[in-house]
Design a protein around this ligand. Structure first.
Ligand code: PGA
Length: 255
């Protein structure tokens, strides 16, 4: 892990795919063969948690988990803690993905607790934020982004907030899995807004250094612009990350 300004992070969010470990193993083999080791690109694969311990990382990629619970252990049926994820080999955790906010009723308060637990357990948080289509149409994107960020980071001091332990993924909900994407300027505008909020909550240095990713219908045709033209630090990739050659092609654009 590095905080170098030029380091691009490419994250695969496999969501609840593929359906068997055999397929997952195959996918990993093909990704391993397809991607190059690069000092400029940090590739992170987030498989379903049940596959995590069976996937061996190498110098080409790291592992992440798609969710954690906020306590380290206890009577929380079905949950997995940050500590457990870390012990299984995860270095990253996706927090507050819109699918969890929608289907699992995850609130900003829960997201805040999860970030605190990730920080305590030395997992890098990938905080997902983004507006719905309805909010966008009502011109509420900025309000939503500021609100989600402020609530997610509530009571987390700059002392507890090393910039290398935190990344923010702007994922407009209307762009996820739809094939519809924002204009480069829109992504750039939200990334700037995120840096402004971070500067206000922490300081300018943190705001400049923090990694901001874009996610939502990324493919090998639009990936380059979403990083280089929109001036982001990487991508969070869902559907396309299940296609090893396409995913490797995207990582290769920056290596
Ligand atoms: P998508 O998903 O690339 O399939 O749009 C992105 C995400 O939900 O993280």
């Amino acid at each position: 892990m590095s905080t170098s300004k030029n380091l691009i992070t490419i994250i695969a969010n496999w969501k609840m795919n593929p359906g068997s470990f055999k397929e997952a193993d195959n996918l990993i083999k093909n990704i391993k063969n397809g991607i190059k080791k690069s000092e400029n690109v940090n590739v992170v694969i987030c498989p379903p948690a049940v596959y995590l311990s069976k996937i061996k990382t190498n110098a080409k990629f790291e592992l992440g988990i798609q969710n954690i619970f906020w306590e380290n252990r206890g009577a929380y049926t079905g949950e997995i803690s940050a500590k457990m994820a870390k012990n299984l080999g995860a270095s990253y955790v996706i927090i507050g993905h819109s699918e969890r906010r929608i289907y699992l009723r995850e609130t900003d308060e829960m997201i805040n607790l999860k970030i605190k637990s990730a920080l305590e357990n030395n997992l890098v948080s990938i905080l997902c934020i983004g507006e719905t289509l309805d909010e966008k149409k009502k011109d509420k994107t900025s309000e939503v982004i500021v609100g989600q960020l402020e609530k997610a980071l509530n009571n987390i001091s700059s002392f507890q907030f090393p910039v290398s332990s935190f990344q923010i993924a702007y994922e407009p909900i209307w762009a996820i899995g739809t094939g519809i994407t924002p204009a480069v300027d829109e992504i750039m505008g939200v990334a700037l807004l995120i840096r402004k909020v971070i500067a206000k909550l922490y300081n300018r240095e943190t705001a400049e250094k923090i990694s901001i990713l874009y996610g939502g219908s990324v493919d090998s045709g639009n990936a380059y612009d979403f990083v280089r033209k929109a001036n982001t630090n990487g991508l969070l990739i869902g559907g396309t990350s299940l296609n090893a050659s396409e995913f490797a092609r995207i990582a290769g654009l920056f290596g």
